[in-house]
Design a protein. Structure first.
Length: 159
């Protein structure tokens, strides 16, 4: 049986984004008074009082640079929340299942060359939704995105 791994923004990329995001702007830290922001560094929602930053992130661009893929027009960037300071990342003991449950999501599939192979609206990100997303062997990775804003939430790969 294939398993799938939800991947946060890698720590080395977070360090770069905190210095200057993928739009070239420095990150600005704020204290999250309400909590609830989806943090891409540790794949959980922020808690009231935590210091967070909203930064521009180009996940496909960074993946393509590391793999030699050429995503062309699919090379986009968008806003993501991260802790303003380094954090330990996801806690597997605490964070069972897939991150940010309880909402419809878009599951977008990408080929190894960076092209979009399609996408689907899913009621929940679960093993079945990911099996369906990866049913085509040419799918190299999947991006899970928020429906309401289209923001990147996390990347999934076969484990």
């Amino acid at each position: 049986m294939t398993t799938y791994t939800a991947r946060p923004v890698p720590p080395e990329v977070l360090a770069e984004l905190r210095a200057a995001d993928d739009a070239g702007r420095p990150a600005t830290a704020v204290t999250d008074q309400e909590g609830g922001a989806p943090l891409r560094c540790c794949l959980r929602r922020s808690r009231p009082g935590e210091r967070i930053a909203l930064v521009a992130y180009a996940p496909l661009h960074r993946w393509a640079a590391a793999t030699g893929a050429g995503p062309g027009a699919y090379d986009e960037r968008g806003p993501v929340f991260v802790h303003a300071d380094p954090c330990p990342g996801p806690d597997p003991a605490r964070d069972a299942g897939y991150p940010f449950p309880g909402a419809h999501r878009t599951v977008r599939r990408y080929a190894a060359d960076g092209r979009i192979l399609g996408g689907a609206l899913v009621a929940a990100v679960d093993d079945e939704a990911l099996r369906n997303a990866f049913d085509d062997p040419s799918v190299a990775l999947v991006h899970v995105r928020a429906v309401e804003y289209g923001c990147f939430l996390y990347e999934v790969r076969r484990a």
